[in-house]
Design a protein around this ligand. Sequence first.
Ligand code: PLP
Length: 320
Amino acid sequence: MPNKVEFNNDYPEITKSDEYYKIALDLIPAQTQTLAKGTGQNIKGVAPKFLQKGKGAHVWDVDGNEYIDYTMGVGPLSLGYAYDKVDEAIKEQLKEGITFSMPHPLEVEVAELIHRIVPNAESIRYSRGGADVVSGAVRVSRAYTGKNKVLCCGYHGWHDWYISITDRNKGIPQSIQDMTFTFNYNDIQSVIDSIDDDTACIVLEPFVFEEPKDNFLQKLRDVCTKNGIVLVFDEMWTGFRISLGGAQEYFGIKADLACFSKAIANGMPLSVLTGKKEIMSLLDKDVFFFNTFGGETLSLAAAKATINEMIEKKCSDLFS
Ligand SMILES: Cc1ncc(COP(=O)(O)O)c(C=O)c1O
């Protein structure tokens, strides 16, 4: 008998989950497309392995057990599963088409919304996943400064420049690894000690587990300005979450570039790079940052509905 969400002492029956998992073991390396969704994250023999559907904050696994999903799709479900207003927007757009041969007005409409909300969004570009836009930020920072090294703090996705410094870096040339360095959050001296004349950008999650102490973000801003280094906020978790305008709005610090994904489209795969015009204008021609699905409309329709719903629910003073 499948579980319901209520206190109970029984472990859920997860036979179908295990059947899918057995097939995946043979066919799908790591059995997941997102590390944080894999079986290594949960209790073996107890947690389900495959989810079937969700509504609000609840999900049901393939065996019919119901759970409260505290991870919410590892970040993207900002409003909740199957949120009516967002789903309606997707369905309406679906009737008209998904991907077109020319830009679609939604690209402009969502850009206008983001421009009003995100403090540094003088200029806006889209992509599909978080790693895309952080990598775009690194590339354009290098082009803008004419420097090579990157200083980072936190997780920033699967691309070479970042994963090269982790212990899962097989397949990445040493020369790439030699250009990325880390620093400790809330430790401005570790930043000062790590930068040099070849540092192009500092990339960080504005906050993760600890809040910024002793004016850390402002000090970081000052170090970057003084040394001609591009400050990049990776706002995958903070954007459209700690406040509508993300950490920049919440802490009152402007980054040169900022990267968003996850919460912006309530589960649809959209990422956004925002920044100062002076830097972003390099994306006109000199720095290549284009992809086939960059203007896919279902995700943009979802983002427009998600952001408007957040505005309507007064998630920010900007619109009061
Ligand atoms: C802070 C941060 N940056 C970048 C990424 C990479 O995003 P994606 O997995 O969409 O490429 C993630 C993903 O979890 C993240 O948490």
